[in-house]
Ligand binder design. Structure first.
Ligand code: ZN
Length: 226
């Protein structure tokens, strides 16, 4: 799954309106932020295989540290704890924990059986990726609902709050189209380096979110008005 993970981050603003979108986006994409690092140091392995279905061009040979469920729960707990340590914002920490784990759950739905619970264990995956148009339709629907939710929970207070957000959305859609209709990655190394660039989505999300204000329709409304 690709933009579906970003959808989780955008929509989660509703449940933690005082959390920065930088942290809320980082949570559901965290595993894919770690994965290219582990690829580059050789701890995890992927192969590029020819396939007409663009979703099936990567064969995830081994990735228990970034995508093994036991490790994922550990990453979620670590990230949520660090976040809570800095902010003391419990709703934000809970949403971040769920966000990190949601990545595994959504990947479990779309991936063919390649997701482990632990290293060298059995692998799981329901394989929605075999149905590419259905996958695209579901992911786009999630993305649209998330954008609608986020723009309802927040309001731009200046031009950056509007245009940096719209550019973020447009960039993700263009990147998704690139994956769907572009050529396969030329090499694992280039794939890893390209994937590393997704780290830049965190400051970008923080940036537009800092230029938007909460409309106060989120779940924190009662707490904040008291
Ligand atoms: Zn992933």
């Amino acid at each position: 799954m690709f933009i579906g993970h970003y959808a989780v981050g955008l929509a989660s603003k509703k449940f933690a309106p005082r959390a920065s979108m930088g942290a809320l986006i980082a949570a559901p994409i965290l595993l894919d932020l770690l994965w290219p690092i582990f690829l580059l140091v050789g701890w995890e392995h992927v192969s590029i295989v020819p396939n007409n279905n663009p979703f099936l061009r990567l064969q995830f040979d081994s990735y228990p540290i970034s995508h093994g469920l036991v490790a994922v729960v550990g990453w979620a707990t670590l990230f949520a704890s660090i976040y809570f340590g800095f902010t003391r914002y419990l709703a934000g920490a809970i949403v971040i924990w769920i966000g990190v784990v949601s990545h595994w759950v959504l990947d479990f739905i779309v991936h063919v059986a390649d997701l482990p619970l632990i290293a060298n264990g059995r692998v799981y995956g329901l394989g929605l990726w075999n149905h590419r148009w259905l996958t695209i339709a579901i992911e786009l629907a999630m993305f649209v609902i998330a954008i609608w939710t986020y723009q309802r929970e927040t309001r731009a207070r200046d031009k950056i709050g509007l245009y940096a957000f719209l550019a973020f959305v447009a960039f993700l859609l263009a990147a998704y189209a690139g994956v769907l209709f572009g050529p396969p990655p030329p090499s694992v190394k280039k794939l890893a380096i390209f994937t590393l660039l997704t780290w830049l989505m965190i400051p970008w999300a923080w940036w537009f979110d800092a230029h938007r204000v909460s409309t106060g329709s989120g779940n924190d409304r009662i707490k904040e008005s008291s």
